[in-house]
Design a protein around this ligand. Sequence first.
Ligand code: COA
Length: 438
Amino acid sequence: MDWKKIYEERKCSAGEAVKLVKSGNRVVFAHAVAEPLVLVEALIANKEAYRNVTISHMVTLGKGEYSLPENKEHFTYEGWFTSPSTRKSLEEGHGEFVPVFFHEVPEMIRRDIFHVDVLFVTVAPPDENGKCCIGVSADYTMQAAKSADVILAEVNDQVPYVYGDCFIDVEEIDAFVETSHPLFELKPSKIGPTEEAIGKNCARLIEDGATLQLGIGAIPDAVLAQLGDKKHLGIHSEMFSDGVVDLYEKGVFDCSQKSLHKGKMIVTFLMGTKKLYDFVDHNPMVEMMPVDYVNHPEIIAKNSNMVCINACVQVDFMGQIVSECIGPKQISGVGGQVDFVRGAAMTHDGKGKAIIAMPSVTVKKDGSMVSKIVPYIDHGAAVTTSRCDADYVVTEYGVACMKGRTLHDRARQLIDIAHPDFREELKSQFKERFKIDY
Ligand code: COA
């Protein structure tokens, strides 16, 4: 049948569409900005119709109402990453968390370890070939679309049309709900003197011609702010935001030296402001691919001069990196951090660098400071990047190098880049821990 006819026949309201969800189903939400907020709202409004519906996704920017205790007989939240709106359900014990590398999520779906009954997704209106672009997410959303029994799509005419492997055929989609609203926007972070100093220390490790992976938040933004004088940088990253667009306009990111996908920015999802969404729209320089390709360490390793920059919560004297927990409290997930740390270590030219960058201290709500460099990680915390994987650790006070270094050397270097107010205490903890003087 003609795809236009199928589209017209399957067009309905959000309230009608969510009737296709049945008790006992697992509903997977497309990642981050691709979560269809109108459909999710309709699902919550129809909650009395459901018992034991499992909701799974990685980053959510939505309200996470399905994870509230009052909804627990209707929904169980089972996150593969967790976000501010869903954290509480994990703390209270009625939500569930699955530790998983980002690049492995599609394989888990393929193998039916994560069965997908229903996919909720946001797409752009179909193109002339009857294909709907997901626009801001290929990552695990593409595999979920291939494996799902049912696909419900919010068709938002403000979704950018991005090239790559990020399209679903109209025929595959069971219900179309037309909407038109601005996409979620992640505003650029505030960069203070600490972040600026971290940015400068990271920039020293980035050579002209490097290919970069950058995470979300103040640290990646601060690094980008220091790259204005670099030349021929490239992007092979799970995501990128507005800072990259500014540097592209200045001619810094031309991707001309990339050894893989020369001339192209490769990503698996997008999260920024309208400026970013306008930049990627119909832009032949940007290609979005599924995460089992972009984040696979073997693919990352094919990039020459690869530099990965991610953040963390805590680093211990041995170089164990905690990035997703505060003690036993799960605040995010492993995401793509280890994918890129390992990919950089495996690079074919031996020039890959994996940087973990962080302010030396966290300032708590009561104004007190906590050192992020510690002798031992907090009780109950999970190690995200292991001590064997750890490469560079950067704070506003400098750079510590972990690869191939002894435990004593690692600890000394880390103390040297700790906040000065904590160095003496850390030195005496060094003596206690290793039975030798700092
Ligand atoms: N002790 C106690 N609390 C700490 C802490 C420490 N050592 N370090 C951070 N925190 C708290 C902060 O105070 C903040 O609390 P709040 O939410 O109540 O304000 C919270 O943890 C988050 O810290 P912040 O520094 O604001 O985080 P961020 O937005 O810069 O994100 C990570 C940093 C590490 C949480 C984030 O990068 C992450 O989740 N990484 C893992 C996944 C990953 O790297 N993916 C690849 C890139 S997308």
